[in-house]
Design a protein around this ligand. Sequence first.
Ligand code: SF4
Length: 109
Amino acid sequence: MDINRRTFALQMAGLAAAAAGIGTVEAAEHQHAVQLSADGWKLDADTKFRCGTCQFWGGMRKVADDKKQVVAVSLGWCNNPASPMYRALTAADHEMTKPGVWTKWGALS
Ligand code: SF4
């Protein structure tokens, strides 16, 4: 199974777990666990250097009603040519370690 098929399978497993309740999915390309709830992955809206709050992340996400959290329900493509993860699928909690690359998502301004 290639990377894209494996990450897609992980994503589908995550969505199934989210639909079923609370669960944990290991994102293979990042080797760290993310916590899922029925609402998806939740990140504090003030979190910096994570894909879920980055302008360049192409995952399914929304700003929570209270505007204090970002709720993501999928992996997403990195669309930033300056990033080492450009065109790769990342989890919402993937940490951006390259200085000056993460850019705050415009919806959070
Ligand atoms: S890898 Fe970096 S530049 Fe790409 S979406 Fe994530 S935080 Fe943004």
